[in-house]
Design a protein around this ligand. Sequence first.
Ligand code: R5P
Length: 300
Amino acid sequence: MSSLIILGGSSAQALAFRVAKGLGANYLRVETRRFPDGEKYARIHGDVNGKTVVFIQSMYHRPDEYLMEYFLIVDTLKDLGAKKVIGVIPYFAYARQDQRFNPGEILSLKTVFKLLKDVGTDELYVIDIHRHRMGDELIRLIGLPTHNLTAMPLLAKYAKEQFKLEDPIVIGPDEEAEQWACIAAKTIDAEYDYLVKKRLGDREVEITPKSLNVKGRDVLIVDDIVSTGGTMVKAIEVVLREGAKRVVTACTHPILVENALVKILEAGAEALIGTDTVPSPVSFVSVTPVIVDALRKFVE
Ligand code: R5P
């Protein structure tokens, strides 16, 4: 058994347990509860003194709560003598506001990165982070070594095998999703393309019509996040209008608010496939192997 220690916050305990098993590392239980006034209590059950510790906490649905828990626990790990703390945040919230779009707006990504570092994170792993505009210079500036892992190869393989996609084309619903379409397509040896999206509001998007090579073909649409489903629905409509034979959709982070899954199926997709960065009814693919592979170097 390695001396590496793995802990999971209340958003990612099952995932942390699976990662510990995959690495042959020690899993320590973290107890969390609330005081009657709503304040968070947490307790680490085990000794971390002098150890390299991995703390896994995802940030879906209640990002403020999970982030606060992260700060409290990582600070405590350092107080208790942990030699190195590696944070794993499979779904990283607060990455949308990575630019001041209007004067006076918050720059959440920068603030959160600063706090993650200040509290004691020595190295950070995220998965398919929604960070488009603010580049690596921010991370360098803040000085928190960060690794962006991807679940796209696992999603693409799963979609192709389970849905027996024949000569599929992979589509990204917007320009930012081109990177994910490219990775997914390479994995299954397919072509890829992407659409052009304009965001009209938090819930509304417009996708510019574009001629695509999808007529009579199986299409896999991939994105990082499905939140309200608005983006996916518009993309499904475009590819079906262009004559696609079958449409399967996949995303790393199935946030799924406001009936997103039903909207996607009603729009004509056969399925939505997601991962367990966000536990959901479509989390068919686990990111455990992605995290295990990245952390193997810490196992002595
Ligand atoms: C945006 O650029 C992201 O990559 C996703 O397309 C977006 O977060 C999906 O949100 P929704 O499901 O609400 O359209």
